[in-house]
Write a protein that binds this ligand. Structure first.
Ligand code: GDP
Length: 324
C-alpha cells in the first residue's frame, strides 16, 4: 500500500481514499497498524483542524434527525461535514447505530457530507482509538465540522468528550423528576444541553425541562473554559428544524471565545495527553495478560488466603517481577 499516495488523496478529500484510510485504521492486523501510524504521521502535516462536535443522547431522543437537519443547514452555508459514530453497546444492525441506511438519508446523499458507520467492535478502547484516528483523517481531508455521535450509555460519552472541542447533550422533554436521571458526570462535560422535540404537544414540557436543566447547570457553576452564559440549555425541534440556527450560533460563539482565550489549544493538548495516558494504561494492562502473571496470581492468592502474606505484599511481588 502506497501511504504517500493515500495521504495525498485523503487530503484532496477523495471519498474512496477516505473510506480506505478509515478501514485501515480500524484494522487490528499488526502490519495495518504500522501503516496506519505512517498514514497518521503523514496526514498530521496538513495542519488542518476541524471543529469537532461531540453529540450524545439516548436512543430515540432524535440524534440522527438532529444531525441530518443541522448537517444540511451547515452544507447550505458552504461547509463540509463528516459524521462518525461511537457505539460500543449496540448489537443492532450488526453493532452499528449508523448501519441502517435510512438514517440521515438526505445528508448521506450530499457530496459535501461524509457519514461513517460505527465499526463492529465491542471494546470501547478499540472504538475510541478508531474514532480518534478517523477524526484525524477527516480533519486532514479538510472537513469544516466533524460530528461525533454516541449513545448515552456507559463510558462512551466520556471518551467522545475527550475527542471533541464542543460537546452537546441531546435530551427529551421530561417531568421534573427525571432530571435526576441524567448523570452528574455527563452534565459536567456538556457545553450545551439541548431539549429536543420542542414541538406540538411536547412544547411546554420541553420549555419546563429546559428551565430545569438551566438551573442544574447554574448549580454546577461556571468553568474556566467558558464565557458568560455557558454551559447553557436550549430547546430545539430537529423535526421542525427550529432552534438550529441558534444552536449553531452558540457553537460558533463558544468556539471563537475559546480560541481567543487560549482554551482551544490548551484543551487539545490536554486531550492529547489524555489519549497517550490511555494508551499507556492499555499497554500496562496488556502486560498482565501473560502465563507468568497468571501463575504468580494463582500461587500468591493461596498464600494470601492462608494469611501468609498480605494483599499489598503479594501485589508488590508481582509488580517487582514485572519490573515496575
Ligand atoms: P436517535 O435514535 O437518537 O438517532 O433518534 P431518531 O433521530 O432516530 O429519532 C427517533 C424518533 O423521534 C423518530 O421517530 C423521529 O422522527 C422522532 N423525532 C426526532 N426529532 C424530533 C423532534 O424534534 N420532534 C418530534 N416530535 N419528534 C422527533
Amino acid at each position: 500500500m502506497d501511504i504517500v499516495d493515500l495521504s495525498a488523496r485523503v487530503q484532496q478529500a477523495e471519498r474512496r481514499a477516505l473510506a480506505r484510510a478509515i478501514t485501515l485504521v480500524e484494522s487490528q492486523r499488526a502490519d495495518h497498524r504500522a501503516l496506519s501510524e505512517a498514514l497518521l504521521v503523514a496526514l498530521a502535516k496538513s495542519g488542518r483542524q476541524s471543529l469537532r462536535i461531540g453529540l450524545s443522547g439516548t436512543p430515540g431522543v432524535g440524534k440522527s434527525t438532529f444531525i441530518e437537519a443541522l448537517g444540511l443547514q451547515l452544507i447550505a452555508k458552504g461547509l463540509r461535514v463528516a459524521v462518525l459514530a461511537v457505539d460500543p453497546s449496540s448489537t443492532r444492525s450488526g453493532g452499528s447505530i449508523l448501519g441502517d441506511k435510512t438514517r440521515m438519508e438526505r445528508l448521506s446523499q450530499s457530496e459535501h457530507a461524509y457519514i461513517r458507520p460505527s465499526p463492529n467492535q465491542n471494546h470501547l478502547g478499540g472504538i475510541a482509538r478508531r474514532t480518534r484516528e478517523a477524526t484525524q483523517i477527516c480533519e486532514a481531508a479538510g472537513f469544516d465540522v466533524v460530528l461525533i455521535e454516541t449513545v448515552g450509555v456507559g463510558q462512551s460519552e466520556i471518551a467522545v468528550s475527550h475527542l471533541s472541542d464542543i460537546f452537546l447533550l441531546l435530551l427529551a422533554p421530561a417531568g421534573g423528576d427525571e432530571l435526576q436521571g441524567v448523570k452528574r458526570g455527563i452534565m459536567e462535560i456538556a457545553d450545551i444541553v439541548l431539549i429536543n422535540k420542542a414541538d406540538g404537544e411536547l412544547k411546554s414540557a420541553a420549555s419546563r425541562s429546559c428551565a430545569d436543566y438551566a438551573s442544574a447547570l447554574r448549580l454546577l457553576g461556571q468553568r474556566t473554559q467558558d464565557p458568560e452564559g455557558f454551559p447553557k440549555a436550549a430547546t430545539v425541534s430537529a423535526l421542525e428544524k427550529k432552534g438550529l440556527d441558534a444552536v449553531w450560533q452558540d457553537i460558533c460563539d463558544l468556539a471563537q471565545w475559546r480560541r481567543a482565550n487560549g482554551h482551544w489549544e490548551q484543551t487539545r493538548q490536554q486531550q492529547a495527553g489524555y489519549w497517550v495516558r490511555e494508551d499507556v494504561e492499555q499497554g500496562m494492562l496488556a502486560r498482565l495478560e501473560t502465563p507468568w502473571v497468571a501463575a504468580e496470581l494463582a500461587r500468591l492468592s493461596k498464600d494470601v488466603a492462608q494469611g501468609e502474606i498480605s494483599v499489598t505484599a503479594a501485589a508488590q511481588q508481582v509488580l517487582r517481577g514485572l519490573g515496575v
